[in-house]
Design a protein around this ligand. Structure first.
Ligand SMILES: COC(=O)C[C@@H](NC(=O)[C@@H](NC(=O)[C@@H](/N=C1/NCC(=O)N2CC[C@@H](C)[C@H]2C(=O)N[C@@H](CCSC)C(=O)N[C@H]1C(C)(C)C)C(C)(C)C)[C@@H](C)c1ccccc1)c1nccs1
Length: 280
């Protein structure tokens, strides 16, 4: 466990293209950096019903070495960031703009992104759009085109904005075997923003991601028992992405494996460049 005083955690605030202020936390790297004198910078993107706190609560953060600069924004409408207000204000293109604004703020030449569920889908879309992304990890979200059924998602949004909204999410995630940190994260999200973000999934999140630069290292991660494992395999072949599997029966249950994925991610970040190409 890291002692709090050693944490060099500070807040940041950056304006996105549409003026939305994104806020988040940055933990400076200690010690070594790469040949360019830059530490590895890892930007963490949480899921829909979450905020930046899930990274410490899931122990993912503890798995990362001191010499990695960690940046954990709150997506718009979550945590301390400004609201997105409407479904259009929560379109995936707005999230891509937001993440690119965060990359601009820290001014590094290269970044690694790690996204959780829908945050993983955002990470893949940012990698496609932005050459500064050297590695993109997507935990339990592939980059293929998906049918996002408007009626089912509208129904889910109505549940979420209704009086039983938090109970819907808590009950669904608990029943699906989600770890406590993921269930409790839902309660921290403003209901109206959560409903808008849900409806926002109807604005572009169905599109597949394309590979960005040829030298990007893309990593898809899902549960061995995932019903959509075939789609992840297709995505791995199409994108030239690694496919990591975690020992769990479903994507929701895979959340309990996040800390060990953090350890594996750290190995890839700090591996000597030569080693990176060879490993499976
Ligand atoms: C099968 O579902 C699971 O395996 C849970 C898993 N989901 C996903 O991987 C992806 N999504 C989905 O597959 C589906 N999408 C939904 N609605 C959109 C959606 O996702 N949400 C809206 C509310 C928000 C909390 C989030 C969510 O989580 N709701 C859950 C239900 C409650 S929790 C069991 C939820 O999936 N519902 C479904 C319904 C169709 C049942 C309404 C489709 C229509 C895209 C295939 C998600 C990453 C994504 C991927 C690509 C584009 C958009 C979204 C998880 N995601 C986060 C944690 S676990």
């Amino acid at each position: 466990m890291r002692s709090p005083d050693r944490e060099q955690t500070e807040r940041f605030e950056v304006a996105s293209v549409d003026g939305t202020l994104l806020r988040g936390f940055s933990r400076a790297a200690r010690g070594s950096s790469d040949a360019r004198g830059e530490p590895e910078t890892l930007v963490l993107l949480h899921g829909v019903a979450m905020d930046h706190r899930v990274w410490s609560e899931s122990s993912f953060l503890d798995a990362l070495p001191d010499d990695v600069h960690v940046v954990a924004p709150d997506l718009r409408g979550r945590g301390e960031s400004d609201p997105g207000h409407s479904a259009e204000g929560h379109a995936i293109d707005r999230y891509v703009e937001d993440v690119r604004a965060v990359l601009g703020f820290f001014g590094r030449e290269r970044y690694s992104l790690f996204g959780l569920y829908f945050g993983g889908r955002i990470a893949l879309r940012v990698a496609e759009a932005d050459r500064r992304v050297q590695r993109a990890f997507s935990f339990c979200a592939h980059g293929e085109a998906v049918e996002v059924p408007a009626d089912a998602v509208e129904e889910e949004a109505k549940e979420i904005e209704g009086p039983g909204g938090y109970a819907y999410l808590r009950d669904h995630f608990s029943a699906a075997g989600a770890p406590a940190w993921m269930v409790s994260a839902c309660d921290r999200v403003d209901q109206d923003e959560l409903a808008a973000a849900t409806r926002g999934l109807l604005h572009g999140s169905h599109q597949r991601a394309e590979r960005g630069a040829a030298d990007q290292d893309l990593v898809l991660i899902t549960a061995e028992g995932d019903a959509d494992l075939g789609t992840f395999r297709e995505g791995s072949a199409r994108l030239g992405a690694r496919l990591w599997l975690v020992d769990s029966r479903t994507r929701v249950r895979a959340a309990a494996r996040l800390a060990e994925v953090g350890t594996r991610t750290a190995e890839l970040l700090t591996a000597a460049p030569a080693a990176m190409k060879g490993d499976a």
